[in-house]
Design a binder for this molecule. Structure first.
Ligand code: URA
Length: 187
């Protein structure tokens, strides 16, 4: 099994899809390499592309507020995306881009071995939980898959567009905190 550092190295100069040519920085992932809780978003946005760090723009700052609200330190979790390079103008990832990139995420998950994986938004949930995932109906539901507890919450960018979703987000985040306290699995 590859270490996180080895996965990073294999990803560093990746040109498996066209986004390798247009990225400013690879946005590999950030956080605790022994995290019990891992968040997976969709793809880097502008700020992430500029800094090389996931979820540092407006959506990321809102995610930070929810983590703070439920008393989960950002340093305790690991945060990554399905895609490691920014799609132009933040368009949705193309299936072939996801196919090219998903192996890196799988290797990251294997190296970190979290207990809980939280998909941030529909695109991540459709890729990681099930292809027909419906975020409005199924956010906050728990799924057991591949030895992990998995759930999805609204993407923080969706909360910026529709603040009425924030109440649901808070409830889902509280449930994630609760699941962590239950110690859902031994590491
Ligand atoms: N949106 C995402 O899905 N990921 C990021 O890293 C930033 C915004």
């Amino acid at each position: 099994m590859a270490t996180l550092k080895e996965v990073y190295t294999s990803c560093e100069n990746c040109q498996k899809c066209a986004l390798g040519a247009t990225r400013t920085n690879l946005v590999f992932g950030v956080g605790n390499e022994n995290a019990r809780l891992m968040f997976v978003g969709e793809a880097p946005g502008e700020q992430e592309d500029l800094t090389g760090t996931p979820f540092v723009g407006k959506a990321g700052q809102l995610l930070d507020k929810f983590l703070f609200a439920v008393d989960i330190p950002r340093e305790d979790v690991y945060i990554a995306n399905i895609l490691k390079c920014r799609p132009p103008k933040n368009r949705d990832p193309l299936p072939e881009e996801e196919d090219a990139c998903i192996g890196y995420l799988r290797e990251q998950v294997k190296a970190i071995r979290p207990e809980i994986i939280v998909c941030l938004g529909r695109i991540s949930a459709m890729r990681l939980i099930k292809p027909d995932f419906k975020i409005t109906a199924e956010h906050g539901k728990w799924f057991q898959k591949g030895g992990f507890w998995m759930t999805a919450v609204y993407h923080p960018a969706a909360l910026l567009r529709d603040p009425r979703k924030k109440e649901d987000m808070l409830e889902d985040m509280k449930a994630i905190r609760q699941k962590l306290e239950e110690g859902s699995a031994e590491k």
